[in-house]
Design a protein. Structure first.
Length: 132
């Protein structure tokens, strides 16, 4: 609890912070969200993609999620999970590469500054019932 250490150094009332923390735990609050709060439409208008993030006290993960043009989920792929949430990537750019690949560029800073490019491609399902 780094915040408790800071509060102690500043002379803040630790009980207020602990009460707020315990209230969040009791209500099972989760910090899960869509990055930028939206989906991104593919250039051919047939799909959407979004970046879904789960941020917990000791864990961070993000997924690229693909949807059809009616926003029904097609597939969800975990791109990265981090057990040190203080090293959450800072996303810089995201978008479509062609009509079937979604990308994210970003930076992590621990243990050293590092640039990343994460990509995920829509997996097309074979809908041919005859198997041909």
């Amino acid at each position: 609890f780094g915040l408790l250490e800071i509060a102690d150094q500043k002379g803040w009332d630790l009980n207020l912070l602990l009460d707020a923390y315990n209230c969040c735990i009791a209500k099972n609050l989760k910090n899960e969200y869509w990055f930028k709060g939206k989906y991104f439409k593919s250039p051919d208008n047939k799909h959407y993609a979004g970046v879904y993030c789960i941020h917990d006290i000791d864990y961070f993960a993000f997924y690229i999620v693909f949807f059809d043009n009616r926003k029904n989920e097609i597939t969800r792929k975990e791109i990265s999970s981090i057990d040190k949430p203080y090293n959450v990537p800072q996303f810089h750019k995201l978008g479509w590469e062609g009509t079937d690949t979604f990308f994210i560029t970003g930076t992590t800073y621990v243990p050293v500054k590092k640039q990343h490019i994460w990509k995920s491609k829509i997996e097309r399902r074979n809908t041919n019932k005859g198997g041909k």
